[in-house]
Ligand binder design. Structure first.
Ligand code: SAM
Length: 247
């Protein structure tokens, strides 16, 4: 996968040199290019913003540096080497909220570009301009407002990147985690079996895999009902077994 990030703060993305993403880059599974939007401003002060039409507080990012910057990384002919449209992701609190199903979908794309807005956001015409050159998706990290799109883009790069085949050592760990089956993950424990007067649930020491699976499934359902009842409402009842329904 190739990722191009456009920002006025390229230094935010230095963390992509470390941990799993850093290793994936070293192993050639992921190629990340960070671009300074200000390299595409043409005045002495490298200005990328201006006052909003119609008035109001704050500044708006100008369209011209964006079109020039994005053009420098979009594939020639509009398609990736395997014939996909590039995917331009635009962080915005006014976008559709990102989730695990979307992470899975985006992990199968060949070329992602991130347009990190600042100030009051990017001139809306950039979205229209880009839609002729890429699939454009404004996405939100959640219902709150950040200062810029950098943290949101980093979160997506990590969530999507770890789903790229070969990225995580044990792929089974991706199948069993929160949100992969619509439920939150069960609680996990490690040695020692007793710590500060607190014991690991005995079923986990029983060696009976059937019982362990059942207990974990019950804990998932219990935890999800308590912490995220909205997820329980979305569950497909046909996908539940009889014991689940009794839980
Ligand atoms: N005036 C904008 C609004 O109310 O929709 C908010 C602008 S915000 C201060 C600046 C930038 O931060 C946005 O352009 C976007 O890139 C990013 N941002 C803020 N909150 C975000 C969120 N919840 N998800 C994704 N990006 C966000």
């Amino acid at each position: 996968m190739r990722i191009d990030v456009f920002t006025i703060f390229p230094e935010y993305f230095s963390v992509l040199d470390i941990s799993l993403v850093g290793k994936a880059r070293e192993r050639g599974l992921l190629e990340v290019h960070t671009h300074d939007l200000r390299d595409h401003a043409h005045d002495r002060h490298r200005t990328v913003d201006d006052t909003p039409y119609g008035g109001g507080a704050g500044m708006v990012m100008k369209a011209q540096p964006w079109s020039e910057a994005l053009s420098s990384a979009l594939p020639e002919g509009g398609l990736t080497p395997s014939g996909q449209r590039p995917l331009l992701l635009v962080p915005s609190p006014a976008g559709k909220v990102f989730d695990q199903a979307t992470a899975q979908e985006w992990s199968e794309r060949e070329h992602l570009l991130f347009a990190c807005g600042r100030y009051e956001g990017i001139d809306e015409r950039v979205i229209e301009w880009a839609a002729d050159r890429a699939e454009v998706v404004p996405f939100s990290l959640g219902d709150y407002v950040l200062n810029g799109g950098e943290v949101a883009s980093l979160a997506i790069i990590e969530a999507v990147g770890r789903l790229i085949p070969g990225m995580v050592g044990n792929p089974a760990s991706l199948v069993e985690e929160s949100h992969s089956d619509g439920l939150l993950e069960y609680p996990v424990y490690t040695k020692p079996a007793s710590w500060e007067g607190l014991d690991v649930p005995p079923v986990l020491l029983s060696g009976d895999h059937g019982k362990v699976d059942r207990a974990r499934r019950d804990w998932q359902l219990e935890r999800t009902s308590t912490r995220r009842p909205d997820l329980i409402e979305k569950l497909d009842v046909a996908g539940l077994d009889k014991k689940d329904k009794a839980t």
